[in-house]
Design a protein around this ligand. Structure first.
Ligand code: SF4
Ligand code: ZN
Length: 327
């Protein structure tokens, strides 16, 4: 197998492009795809301060690696979820990556900083484990970005994540979510801009990039993943892709071009400051403060059914996919 670019010996095959690359050319092509995504959606400018949501998985570490290599000012944010050995190992590889690159890493720990962990929240609260986990991630990333003066939050969502999310939204005709599913969501009223620079690259391509770059990442899945709907949609997309390479890209990239303009985001609610934490919300208290109060047994004085549209719509749909990649 010969490299399509230099005719050297290829090490990676990209079936959907009917192409193969040697190590150097694959890394080059991967970074070019990221540059193209950034330019196409005006994601970040070279003087922006970027906060990368890092889980210790291949996608978020590959993203951080590319942004640093492209010369961006990119700090990482790792959120400790308190999920036993899985969280322990995720934290270790993330810290080792940051130390190896001399990159700034912010570490926040749910238990230490907010008084609860995700397994406890899943058992005690009214939301599913993945729902409260996703809510916590969105809240902490946005708050840390605001408080740290960052211009944009970057997450490692890849093409597989985006195609699976779109499939889930389409199967339920959740047109409001569909309208918001975008590689770049502008900032607004205390909600920091969010971008997904890997959206043109598949999970396999991201894994190949991480491997070829010698990035040590957590391979094992979160032990609480059972029942995560995103994984079922990924399986379905993978079954189609195996028979028809290129389907995921046609589905999602085609949607961005031709489908998305047909839908309009339904909810543009006014945001105000949460009375407990000051973060943006549409109710008196934000969804995170209400979920936390339920778990730690704190009284907030607001009815629990008081929906916080801002927090729930901050990301377009699946709570599990805040970092991108397999949850
Ligand atoms: Fe959180 Fe993902 Fe684990 Fe669910 S699968 S608990 S969203 S890390
Ligand atoms: Zn709050």
């Amino acid at each position: 197998m010969k490299c399509n670019r230099c005719r050297g010996s290829a090490v990676v095959e990209v079936r959907r492009h009917n192409a193969a690359y040697c190590k150097g050319c694959f890394v080059h092509v991967f970074r070019e795809q990221v540059k193209r995504a950034i330019k196409q959606h005006d994601m970040v400018r070279i003087d922006d301060r970027i906060l990368v949501a890092v889980s210790g998985g291949k996608d978020s570490l590959a993203l951080w690696d590319v942004l640093l290599e492209l010369g961006y000012d990119a700090a990482g944010l790792y959120l400790g979820l308190g999920i036993g050995d899985y969280s322990g190992r995720s934290g270790e590889v993330t810290k080792a990556f940051a130390a190896g690159r001399g990159a700034e890493l912010i570490v926040i720990d749910l238990e230490r900083d907010y008084g609860f962990d995700i397994p406890t929240a899943g058992r005690k609260g009214s939301r599913s484990t993945c729902a409260v986990c996703g809510l916590s991630k969105r809240y902490v990333f946005n708050r840390a970005a605001l408080e740290g003066g960052f211009d944009v939050i970057a997450t490692g969502h890849n093409l597989d994540d985006e195609a699976a999310t779109l499939l889930g939204n389409t199967l339920r005709w959740q047109t409001g979510y569909m309208a918001r599913q975008s590689p770049a969501l502008p900032g607004k009223d205390g909600m920091v801009k969010k971008v997904k620079p890997l959206f043109r690259l598949s999970e396999l391509e991201t894994a190949a990039y991480a491997f070829l770059r010698g990035i040590d990442y957590v391979v094992e899945e979160c032990p609480l993943v059972a029942g995560n709907t995103q994984l079922r949609y990924k399986d379905a997309m993978n079954a189609i892709e195996a028979r028809s390479p290129g389907t995921k890209a046609q589905f999602f990239l085609g949607y961005l071009e031709r489908g998305r303009p047909l839908f309009t985001a339904a909810d543009d609610a006014e945001l105000s400051a949460c009375e407990r934490c000051g973060q943006p919300t549409t109710g008196r208290f934000c969804a995170f403060c209400r979920a936390r109060a339920q778990v730690v047994g704190e009284r907030l004085g607001a009815p629990m059914e008081d929906r916080d549209v801002a927090s729930e719509l901050a990301d377009e749909v699946m709570p599990a996919e805040i970092y991108g990649g397999s949850p």
